[in-house]
Structure formats: C-alpha cells, structure tokens
Design a protein around this ligand. Structure first.
Ligand SMILES: [Fe+2]
Ligand SMILES: [Fe+2]
Length: 255
C-alpha cells in the first residue's frame, strides 16, 4: 500500500509564507509522498517560488512536482526549477523518478502537459504556423509522456500532470475553454503506458474524479476543487484500484 498526498494550483505569491507547511503536522504518519500538480506560483517569479520552497523544506515526506502554465509566465523556468530542487523537491518535466516506498518501486512520470482539446472538439496540426506549433507542443508532450511511462520499471506507475487528460474532470468549467484545459492525447499516453493513476490540476472550476477511456483513474487535485491543502489517496496493488481514504487537511486560506 502506498499513500499519496496530492495538491495542485497552490498559486503562492510573495506573501504566502507558511501557508502550506502548517498542514505538514503528522503528515509522515498519513502519507508516503507528496505530489504537486503545477501552478505552484502566481506568475512564476523566483521570489514567489522561494516562499513556497521555504514551506516545502519543512515537508517530512518526499515532494515531487511539475510546473504549470502560471509557473512559465515570466520565463524564469530554469530559475524556479532550481529553487525547488535546492529545497529538495523532485521536479519532473517529461521524465520520471522511481521512489522506494514500503518495499515497492513507485514510478512517477511527470509532465506539464498542454491543451488541444478532446475527441470531437480538438485542434488540428494544420494551417497557420501558430496553430501547428500549438498542436505539435500538445502532441510532443503526450508522446514523450507515453515513452516515459513505458520506460519505468515500477510496481506502481503514477502520472503527474498540470493539464487534464480527460474532459470528465473539467465538468463545471465553460466548454468553450476545454481546449485550453487539457488534451485527450495525454489520456492516450496514460492508457498506452498502462499507468495506475493520474493526477492533474489547472481546472479550478472542474471536479475531482474522472477516468481515461482505458479506465485509469484521473484525479483533479487543484486546491479550489479539493478545497483542502491536499487530499490523501491510497493505492492498493492487490486490488489494482484506488481508494480515496478522504483524509483531508483543512485549509486556512483558499488559493
Ligand atoms: Fe491554476
Ligand atoms: Fe494552470
């Protein structure tokens, strides 16, 4: 059994000191690893990421993160990535990490992902250069994610994204913006890679639960959706399915 604390869209700014770490009390007894599904900051400014990094230094369990679109806004991706890594956070972008948890090899494949839309309502790699660039970025994110998942030699295969692989967890968002919230290419990567569960954020107005066409559970852990600092999920290999034990931490401040 492994226990995953997961959250996305914490959107730290320069005044967010100690907002997350106050929920780390006894976390070691509740979870084995923390996953952060991107949009860690408001604009991706290094000063914002430093505030979060100070919080995450106090996390008693390993932290694995991907960046979100907000973390790219001011073009300081390398700097903010380094700030997280110096705080001990494992930052993934189209690569993976294998952790040893309770004698299991737990593989986590991470990518920001991208938009593009879903079956019957998606963009195409055709026409203007800008449109082709958009869809090619979407496809390359998915293609590299699939290869990363397949290459992991692990007992559990977990996918960590910012953008959504399914429209199911977007319910509540305006349909017009679905193509900017995720891509079904990501679901194909998850299914072809045979992942056990996928987490994402980005869709603040969506819902927590969905699944890929192949039946892989998908959880939207954006803080405005889960309404807590994080949720804790338990994975049991014997049943090869997911249980949400609904152990939740109260948020004193909504992001
Ligand atoms: Fe967000
Ligand atoms: Fe986002």
């Amino acid at each position: 059994m492994i226990r995953i604390a997961a959250a996305g869209d914490v959107h730290f700014d320069r005044k967010s000191h100690n907002r997350f770490c106050q929920h780390f009390i006894n976390l070691k007894d509740k979870a084995d690893v923390m996953l952060l599904a991107g949009d860690l900051t408001q604009t991706g400014h290094p000063e914002e990421m430093k505030v979060l990094a100070e919080d995450l230094r106090k996390c008693p369990i390993p932290v694995v993160a991907v960046l979100g679109n907000h973390d790219y806004h001011v073009d300081q991706v390398e700097q903010v990535t380094n700030i997280l890594m110096e705080a001990g956070v494992i930052v993934l972008e189209r690569n993976s990490i294998i952790l040893s948890i309770n004698d299991y090899r737990v593989g986590i494949a991470g990518a920001k992902g991208f938009g593009g839309g879903f079956v019957g309502a998606c963009g195409s790699d055709f026409g203007e250069q800008e449109m082709k660039s958009f869809m090619r970025h979407s496809k390359s994110q998915a293609r590299e994610l699939e290869n990363t998942i397949k290459e992991m030699e692990a007992d559990y295969k977990i996918v960590l994204l910012h953008y959504s692989p399914t429209a199911q967890t977007l319910m509540g968002e305006k349909k017009e913006i679905y193509p900017f919230l995720g891509s079904y290419y990501l679901a194909e990567a998850i299914d072809y890679g045979k992942a056990d569960i996928a987490f994402h954020g980005h869709a603040h107005g969506g819902v927590e639960r969905g699944e890929t066409p192949g039946g892989c559970p998908v959880r939207n852990v954006a803080q405005p959706v889960i309404r807590h600092a994080f949720n804790i999920y338990t994975l049991e290999r014997s049943h090869k399915n997911l249980e949400n034990h609904a152990i939740k931490e109260a948020l004193t401040e909504n992001s």
